[in-house]
Design a protein around this ligand. Structure first.
Ligand SMILES: NC(=O)c1ccc[n+]([C@@H]2O[C@H](COP(=O)([O-])OP(=O)(O)OC[C@H]3O[C@@H](n4cnc5c(N)ncnc54)[C@H](OP(=O)(O)O)[C@@H]3O)[C@@H](O)[C@H]2O)c1
Length: 313
């Protein structure tokens, strides 16, 4: 079976298409024939070597297969699962494992990492949900805000940021988002109460929109400590690239790691239901064949992409 792969860390040019033996599902696992897998910032970190220490610690040997989320059709099932051949599913995968990640024709995952594709949703669109949706679900669970409280979101036009606005609204929060002027209508459409322009005045703008500061903030733009002044005394900050402090004024910093929700099938099912109810928007920007995975990563890395880039098999 074919997969996007790399055998050394480096620029996008290290990506190639490799031929691998067909993986077989063990007990409690399923094999998915992949239609689409997304390209995410973590794939760029993995390929460039920014995760080399982690990879070394795990004892992982090349070749590596990137990709953390996919959608396709169940093609084989090990014992002890209720999934049937032909079921249309979406799944989250940790690519830092011996079997590799999502950007492959056939991927074996634990049955608990899989959920049904929402009714009326294409496999391409469904592929954009599991990893980034679960990231935001986890961030909101860590922030543990009450309905009516305020949630700040930076990078609100991006994949994590967009879901943060919509899931925050679905949780009954008042969402104040930071985004560039060309994304204001998009982010308002996600349900943000107010969109503050990104840039030097963004943090002041967030603070002014929620006098005293927001109760919690999801920092999808990875501004780290710079966002602290927008948060009220004793509030909470969810970070997505490991920032853990220093903090100030009793603000709790919650680093979010989606791998801790790798088996949260109930949460993935609930995300799917929100799509069916049209409370969560799935966005595909462009599709690429596996041979053009390097172009997809270059495009994502350049910034400005709205909606996710997909590798389609
Ligand atoms: N910890 C975890 O488990 C986990 C899981 C998923 C994602 N993540 C991380 O979450 C981050 C966001 O991922 P994503 O997929 O949402 O990326 P994305 O789709 O590229 O979105 C990032 C957004 O932030 C904006 N942005 C970037 N720099 C900014 C700045 N200095 N000021 C204001 N806005 C800025 C971007 O705008 P432009 O496009 O115009 O630059 C874009 O709208 C990444 O670092 C990713 O690695 C972590």
């Amino acid at each position: 079976m074919r997969a996007v792969t790399f055998s050394r860390f480096g620029g996008p040019e290290v990506l190639e298409v490799g031929d691998f033996p067909e993986p077989r599902p063990g007990p409690g696992e399923v094999r998915i024939r992949v239609t689409a897998a997304t390209v995410n910032p973590t794939d760029i970190s993995f390929r460039s070597g920014r995760q080399a220490a982690q990879v070394k610690e795990l004892g992982l040997e090349p070749p590596y297969i990137p990709g953390m989320e996919l959608a396709g059709v169940i093609d084989a099932a090990g014992g002890g699962t209720d999934w049937r051949i032909g079921d249309r599913v979406m799944a989250i995968v940790n690519p830092r494992r011996p079997g590799g990640g999502a950007q492959a024709e056939l991927v074996v995952v634990p049955a608990t990492s899989v959920a049904r594709v929402p009714e009326g949703t294409s496999l391409e669109a469904a592929a954009t949900l599991p990893m980034n949706g679960l990231t935001v679900r986890l961030a909101l669970d860590q922030l543990a805000l009450r309905p009516g409280q305020t949630l700040g979101v930076t990078g609100a036009a991006g994949a994590v940021g967009g879901y943060a606005v919509e899931l925050g609204v679905a949780d009954g929060l008042r969402v104040i988002a930071v985004a560039g002027p060309r994304d204001e209508a998009l982010v308002k459409g996600f349900g943000a109460e107010k969109v503050v322009p990104r840039g030097d005045a963004a943090i002041r703008g967030l603070y002014d929109a929620a006098p005293g500061g927001v109760d919690g903030l999801i920092d999808a733009a990875v501004l780290d400590g710079a966002v602290l002044p927008a948060i009220r005394n004793g509030g909470k900050l969810a970070t997505v690239r490991g920032f853990a402090g220093p903090s100030e004024r009793g603000i709790t910093i919650e680093p979010v790691r989606v791998v801790s929700y790798l088996h949260n099938q109930e949460a993935l099912d609930r995300l799917g239901r929100l799509v069916t109810e049209r409370r969560l928007s799935l966005r595909v920007a462009e599709t690429f064949p596996p041979e053009r995975a390097a172009d997809a990563q270059r495009k994502l890395d350049a910034g400005g992409t709205r909606g996710r880039l997909l590798i389609v098999f």
